[in-house]
Design a protein around this ligand. Sequence first.
Ligand SMILES: [Zn+2]
Length: 611
Amino acid sequence: MHTCFMRKIPLLVSLLLAGFFALSQRISYFVSFPNLAHHEAQVSLIVSDLPTRSAVFRMSRSSPGRYATHEFGKNVYDVKAFDEKSGSLEVLRRDGDVYEVPRSGGYIRLVYTIFGNYADGTYLGLDQEDIHINMPAMFMWLKGADKMPITIHFDIPQDLHWTIATQLKPTSDPWTFWAPGLQYFMDCPTKIGNLSYRNWELRNPDGKTYQFRLAFDGKSDDSVLTAFSQKVARMVREEQAIFSETPAYDFGNYTFLASINPFVHGDGMEHRNSTMISIPAEFHGEDFLLEVFAHEFFHCWNVKRIRPRSLEPFNFEKSNMSDELWFAEGFTQYYGELVVVRSGMQEDTSFSDAMTGYINTKLNTAGAKFYSPVDASRHAVYTDAGVAVDKTNYPNMFASYYPYGASVALALDLQLRQQFGKTLDELMQAAWKRFGKPEIPYTLEGLQETLATLTGDGKFAAAFFSKYITGHQAPDYKPLLAQAGFLLIRPGEGKSWIGNLRFTDKEGLTLASATIRTTPLYEAGADADDRILKLGDTPLKNQRELNDWLSVHKPGETHWLTYMHHGVEKTSRITLSENPYWKVVTYESAGLPVNEQMRQFRRNWLGTRLK
Ligand SMILES: [Zn+2]
């Protein structure tokens, strides 16, 4: 999400440019919090030496790492503008979130009130206890001024003894920060409050050292937080080993902004030099929390620097469609879960649960059976925390690119190991060297070429992409898993089944959601809000009676289904099938022998990469 400005101009030069701009055009924000009790802040946006006659300010409609639109303009009101002598200027509201100030001088101070009471990785949380800022949810910006350096000052009452955690660049004033331009500014979530910190250093093979910081918002014993931060540090080293190095963080450090308390909403959002993690729970240093940290940290390579061309530059005025989220998110999902196992925070056999999820997504969801990972990625503009008032048909035409992409990562990793003596780690490292480190945005073709180069087999790479990335064929997981001593079993074999059903009521059989194509109930014509009345001649009143009926009938049998739709009783034929759900289990738990080759394979795949 970084502009050419960030990418092509080295830091030193950009700092010099900043000095130059400081003499002419620049943008400054002043933020104060006179009404935190009611979740409000006052924002002043000052622009000086404007060359144009009219200035257009707007709120964003999207946020880095979120691909659907979010209407941040809805929480803005009392928008006013002033000139240098505090004289009022006219403000014309051009759209819900667009404000124009026509004027003669080159100076404008735009002032507005913003409300925010939803702390997560996207929105704004203004509260007496802490301030939780995702920049697009709070700050209007001047159109056409994306490249202008930005300074921001936070006016915080000193008696609160709060601290601030952000990846905006510090200045000599502890409450004033700097960003080289709008894209960087928007990518720096900020927390202000009673934060606890843990710091450590990490050295790259080139000898450069980076500072890491865990800024924690929640209640914790010191020793618990310290132990947890040591696990995060271990995970960071484990991921560094995959790519061979961490990115060169812009200002020499990386921050985990971690809010783990009951007052936030669950999320994790990656940024260039930080991540905003919010988990609504009391914190006890649990190991499973590390998975979110591992996922978000992996993004500092994959998506923030190994970046799809479709997301460059990130557009704050609309949704951002990408063909590549199966890779950006799906491969990150795979590694987030894998790295927790490699770091020793979970048993290596627990990875079978993650694989069960990936494989069922691929083999047993309509979205992945009938559409490609590219198709799934494109639909993120609606599904990525998008809001729909009407009903959607996602279960029949969309699969989440997280587990769908992870199902591709799993198949590719195992196939690279089986066929080429290579690993997915090596592919990620190759993508890092080719696209990430030089910050050249990639395309699908570029990724395919990277796979071709790694394997030395262009035909394999082309076939893999056409079958599993732009196509929607299913990999044959059984032999791939067998190398590592994992087995695919079908627990529902031999038992009759009419679909994965949820009902609106405990006592009754009214379908709570859309039925899924290829399942018996879908083929029989029943859908959401319909009520099952009878199978064959047997009246059914609840789930127990339905299950009893299914248990005495066999897959393949055809019966009459009677159901109620819009007050009309309907009858159709239904053919019972088997639950197609797959489960990945270890050979050990299936009573099969595990040989030394399998153990070695598991060590190489699921074991630590640290020496
Ligand atoms: Zn992610």
